[in-house]
Write a protein that binds this ligand. Structure first.
Ligand code: AMP
Ligand code: GLY
Length: 438
């Protein structure tokens, strides 16, 4: 791997995931200057320098020029939207046409997340185990189809819908209503004009992430996340209310199976289609009685899965992301702490439907000062008067390392006790009673 002694990095994205990445990158002795597009995240702001030009998708040449001017050696793209919009394609070339390393796939690779119909087609092409699915372009056809079925189907908007475009109904009548909202009322805009109807499957869910560099696959320790808002998986789907790593719900044998049955064939199909995927592929898996099945692909780190992963990482994050972007993953060693990490998300009043901003947050410093605890910022804002206030749906990610999952969980919830803001929502059962599969 041909990596300079120090690297200037541009980090794109402003959530707790990117705060965690910023912290991980900053810990590397190879860190030159970290520049960030989202300095409004108070956590990122303490670690990075601002990008001093407007960052706009339709004027991306300006960001290319900025990268040239401050000698960015590696661009790290956190969220799915800029990936789907082809930012990696554009930023991977300097203004003079010479190459620059970017962690994150181009638009073609990002389609695995941005277009669920395409993802399903790729899974079929690669013979990857997944729930049966059918794509529909007209609501009347969905209605007709569901009316003739006894078994219940999951309704998925095929486009990007900020994690909200999947409805798991109890009855097909409910499913018909959901499809109508998506296809006719455009509840998720264009993302829902096409829907995927999927066989409803059940089992424990795990998030398995791997780094892909175009040639090599490096599978990361499995995580489990909690998508529903309330304890015992009640309430609406969210972006994620907590996570832990490593997920004791999954055995080494099943991890191996996922590598050979999912990552290897999808990497082959990507190569066959000449899609140069350099970044992280996140596979949402359901452990069904018939074996692991893929629920979804994401082309970025999970949020909150990234927070426990980065917290456990002992290797150099810059080297790891550099090697991914450079196609030299076979030359790096990756080491994770044997400790467990648990992340509890604190969300604002009204989240996910209608998050309220403005409540004053106290106790972050006290929580962060607890040994083993790191508080990552997402929807927070530092006011001129020094108050930290709520400024989004998912507000903070409280992440703790412990010798066991139980210890990490206790520590995370102990830190949560320190933090207060009006209307704070959280789950109290993160990393609790996880069943073990073998
Ligand atoms: P996705 O964004 O595709 O992962 O879907 C969000 C959530 O919906 C998943 O984490 C599952 O809990 C649930 N889900 C998705 N697909 C299915 C399915 N085919 N059967 C049952 N639940 C599903
Ligand atoms: N934790 C779910 C996601 O990042 O999509």
């Amino acid at each position: 791997m041909n990596i300079p002694e120090t690297v200037n990095i541009l980090l794109i994205g402003g959530g707790a995931r990117e705060h965690a990445l910023a912290l991980g990158l900053s810990r590397s002795p190879r860190m030159g200057t970290l520049y960030a597009t989202h300095m409004d995240n108070p956590g990122i702001a303490t670690l990075a320098q601002p990008v001093d030009i407007p960052v706009l998708g339709k004027e991306l040449y300006r960001l290319v020029q900025f990268c040239d001017r401050v000698d960015i050696g590696l661009v790290v793209i956190g969220p799915e939207e800029p990936l789907a919009d082809g930012w990696a394609d554009q930023l991977s070339k300097k203004a003079d046409g010479s190459p620059r390393l970017v962690f994150g796939p181009g638009a073609k690779g990002a389609k695995l997340e941005a277009d669920k119909a395409y993802a399903k087609q790729m899974m079929k092409a690669a013979s990857i185990p997944t729930a049966e699915g059918r794509v529909f372009d007209h609501f009347s056809h969905v209605e007709e189809y569901l009316k003739t079925r006894d078994e219940v189907y999951v309704i998925k908007a095929t486009g990007l819908a900020k994690g909200k475009g999947v409805i798991v109904p109890d009855t097909n009548a409910e499913g018909i209503k959901a499809a109508k909202d998506m296809m006719e009322k455009r509840a998720f805009g264009d993302a829902g004009k096409r829907v995927l109807l999927e066989e409803k499957i059940s089992g424990t869910e795990v998030s398995v992430l791997a780094l892909l560099d175009g040639r090599n696959i490096l599978v990361l320790p499995p995580c489990q996340d909690y998508k529903r808002l309330g304890d015992s998986d009640k309430g609406p789907n969210t972006g994620g209310m907590g996570a832990f790593c490593p997920a004791n719900t999954i055995s080494d044998k099943i991890m191996k199976q996922i590598e050979t049955d999912v990552f290897v064939p999808i990497a082959d199909v990507l190569r066959r289609d000449e899609i140069d995927f350099k970044g992280v592929l996140y596979v949402g898996i359901m452990l069904t009685p018939a074996g692991p099945k893929v629920l979804e692909f994401n082309v970025r780190f999970g949020d909150p899965e990234c927070q426990p992963l980065v917290t456990r990482l002992e290797s150099d994050l810059i080297e790891l992301l550099w090697a991914t972007a450079d196609g030299t993953l076979d030359q790096v060693d990756v080491k994770f702490s044997p400790k467990a990490s648990v992340c509890v998300v604190l969300a604002s009043k009204g989240y996910p439907a209608d998050p309220e901003s403005g409540a004053v947050i106290t106790g972050v410093e006290d929580a962060d000062a607890i040994p083993g605890v790191t508080v990552f910022h997402a929807g927070t804002k530092l006011m001129e008067n020094g108050f930290l206030v709520v400024a989004g749906g998912r507000v903070l990610s409280i992440t703790a390392l412990g010798d066991t999952i139980e210890q990490a969980r206790d520590l995370a919830y102990q830190a949560v006790e320190e933090i207060h803001f009006e209307g704070m929502q959280l789950r109290t059962d993160i990393a609790q009673n996880a069943p073990v599969h073998s």
